[in-house]
Design a protein around this ligand. Sequence first.
Ligand SMILES: [Ca+2]
Ligand SMILES: [Ca+2]
Length: 360
Amino acid sequence: MSQNHQNVKPPNSVTQLLAALVIVLAGVALGYQLIRPHEGPRPANRPTALGHDVPTTPRPPDTNAMVWIPGGTFWMGSEDGKPDERPVHQVMVDGFWMDKTEVTNEQFERFVRSTGYVTVAERKPDPRDFPDAPPENLVAGSVVFSPPPGEVSLENHYVWWKYLAGASWRHPEGPDSGIRGREKYPVVHVCWEDAAAYARWAGKRLPTEAEWEYAARGGLDRQPFIWGKDLVPNGKWQANIWQGRFPNDNTLADGFRGTAPVGTLPPNGYGLHDMGGNVWEWCSDWYRPDSYSNSPARNPSGPADSFDPNEPGMPKKVMRGGSYLCSDLYCTGYRPSARMKSSPDTGLSHTGFRCVWSPR
Ligand SMILES: [Ca+2]
Ligand SMILES: [Ca+2]
């Protein structure tokens, strides 16, 4: 036995080994925290999610593509918006993970390839659901933005929407169009039912309306826009919306006539892209114009039923965030408090979604 070995007592070596192991494991854990992917810019005066209340287990499957939204309290709604944005009320939401971007064509394609799912727009309508429709009109398709030439009254939105046979997420502008080269663009023509099916497959869910607005505000308090108080700060557009006279004259001041690849426009305070503009995003809540009058203060999940005074009898789900078709003169749906609604089986050429995940 060598001198060295004689000097190292067996009980001590085991203790030292264990101590070293603990130090190494602690170092690995600390290192993991320090090198976690950057989750987007955050206002300097707010605590980061790291070490705050980030759940350690279980985790969603693709944390790198999601952002942890720390739980908190915010003022939901707006006194300056439309009647259904009132009353402004305080809401508390628990923390959750949210997709950094809208779901893209390539992400949706993975879901379809994996499951064989057929979207509602690709299915031939069932005559039992449309007993008054002539059989020749019961063809698979979706609703495409198609404004007539010239100046158009903004009173009737049916003027610039057209049901197009063969339009779907694979063929956004109709059967002759496709998504090759648009892999990173948001999927469109997905109805609420399709979005919910994707979310289930991904092990996630659609956000509640309260979660969506809380996340969209990015930590800012009661600001009219996701990025602050000015629509175009320093002359730089912060969202892909519509500039010019709707629906025929688009000046393309933000650089995009239609959808933009996700993540092109600047992120909000939580690192989320396109929470204003690009495509509308489905939420899990039913829509009622009066739902804020009777909403729980913590984790509200929407009313039990739906009512839209414009189309009584047609249940509708909430959509948020506006789209590339939202003009500052007409829709203004890109405001974080703005609410929109549509029937769960309706897909449109400016409607998509993103998912959330929470450990509860
Ligand atoms: Ca645009
Ligand atoms: Ca959006």
